[in-house]
Design a protein around this ligand. Structure first.
Ligand code: KIV
Length: 259
């Protein structure tokens, strides 16, 4: 299994779709590693695993703990660490935190949410050889309205400006979240780096879905999610059966006993 490099991701632009998902644990990391180019340790873990109300609530220490595990069980995929809210409010804070994250987790890159406003922070980091992935469109860390973006001219222009600024600041790829298809297509055409869509159409250079969403473990699923299996139903059935086995003394059976 050959390790996927940033150069390799870059070379896929306009050629081969880039496959990405999130992972927060050993089990998912090991499986995702077989099929994905990029594994993101997303700040979505705050909501997905810890039931937090927003991605803003997750602390960098918790993210580091999960990222260390994911990275140590990933051999091939590029592992990206999603910098949590307020950990990159200026270039010095961003660099201090990014260095700490890279040193402790050994992740291959970090991801920052935001457009033109954070372009100089991204530039500072990439100049210091920290590989950065951008994220434009819907920005869960700062948004209060969770609706598709780019439906009107003003929004479209602003997101296009954001994407250009982020692309020119040295990122190796950009996540585009929840924008109309025509805008995702325009961004993908004008930026030189690969775009990774989440609710941003087939015109992006790659796709990402939160793993718990595609596995049917989440409570809320937006329209852009495709649920490949409903693990919640399967798990419920299994635990229900286990409960009844214990109560009926069918478990443990002879097969599960040391004699
Ligand atoms: O935190 C996350 O999972 C993300 C993806 C939605 C791209 O940022």
């Amino acid at each position: 299994m050959k390790k996927i490099t940033i150069k390799k991701i870059f070379s896929k632009k306009n050629k081969t779709p880039i496959v990405c998902t999130t992972a927060y644990s050993k089990a998912i990391a090991k499986i995702a590693d077989k099929y994905c180019d990029i594994i993101l340790v997303g700040d979505s873990l705050g909501m997905v695993l810890y039931g937090m109300k927003s991605t803003r609530d997750i602390k960098i220490e918790t993210m580091i703990r999960h990222a260390k595990t994911v990275k140590s069980f990933t051999k091939k995929s590029l592992v990206v660490f999603d910098m949590p809210y307020k950990t990159y409010s200026n270039k010095f804070i961003a660099y201090k935190n990014a260095k700490k994250v890279m040193r402790i987790t050994k992740c291959d890159a970090i991801k920052l949410e935001g457009g033109k406003k954070i372009a100089s922070i991204i530039k500072y980091l990439t100049n210091k050889k920290i590989p950065v992935m951008g994220h434009v469109g819907l920005l869960p860390q700062i948004s209060t309205v969770f609706k598709v973006r780019g439906k009107n001219f003003i929004q479209e222009e602003q997101i296009l400006r954001d994407a250009k600024a982020v692309s020119e600041s040295g990122v190796f790829a950009i996540v585009i979240e929840c924008v109309v298809e025509s805008l995702a297509k325009k961004i993908t055409k004008i930026v030189s780096v690969p775009t990774i869509g989440i609710g941003a159409s087939k015109y992006c250079d790659g796709q990402i879905i939160v793993s718990d969403d595609m596995l049917g473990l989440s409570d809320l699923s937006p329209k852009f999610v495709k649920e490949y299996v409903n693990l919640k139903k399967i798990i419920e059935k299994s635990i229900k059966k286990y409960s009844s086995d214990v109560k009926q003394r069918r478990f443990p059976s002879n097969k599960n006993v040391y004699k």
